[in-house]
Design a protein around this ligand. Structure first.
Ligand code: SF4
Length: 168
């Protein structure tokens, strides 16, 4: 199935460290009770991804004010078409810039699945787990509920256990 996205924000300060370009892909079967946007669960919702879209995002990431890319959904870990796109973006990502990914799956669920793990390995920071309204805490940065974790991906893969990341 082709990759679709609902929106691309060139400058986003809510979803990760610094000013980031964020991409909301569509398609998700997790059906969280508190889903923030049920429209995004439909994998056909939004605009079909194209080569031009990849080039546009790469252009945004060259902006010296932009700290990196953030991938959100929908569910990025259910979008197989996202892997080659992120591979291409990764190849041209300016040094020092990072890729964050938000997922309703936990770190443990992602590393146990080869397809999901492929996308994980292309990223630097994972915000994991579903949003749970009863655990909502407005003091949390870059995540909505206290069950969600901000995880440094490379150190975690090297250690074989999730290692939390403390954003600046
Ligand atoms: S993971 Fe996100 S898009 Fe999917 S059902 Fe949960 S809140 Fe909605």
């Amino acid at each position: 199935m082709s990759l679709h996205y609902a929106q691309i924000r060139r400058y986003d300060v809510a979803n990760g460290e610094g000013i980031r370009t964020s991409v909301f892909v569509t398609g998700c079967t997790l059906h969280c009770v508190d889903c923030f946007n049920v429209l995004y669960q439909d994998p056909h919702y939004g605009t079909e991804w194209s080569e031009e879209t990849t080039a546009r995002v790469i252009g945004y990431l060259r902006d010296p004010n932009v700290a990196g890319l953030t991938l959100l959904g929908g569910e990025p870990m259910q979008s197989p078409g996202l892997v080659p796109v992120v591979e291409e973006i990764r190849r041209s990502l300016p040094e020092g810039k990072t890729i964050w990914v938000y997922s309703g799956y936990t770190y443990e669920q992602i590393v146990a699945d080869p397809e999901r793990r492929r996308l994980l390995e292309l990223c630097d920071i994972l915000v994991d787990g579903r949003f749970v309204a009863r655990l909502k805490d407005l003091r949390l940065r870059f995540r909505g509920s206290s069950n969600q974790r901000i995880i440094a991906i490379r150190p975690s893969l090297a250690a074989g256990t999730p290692i939390l990341y403390d954003p600046a």
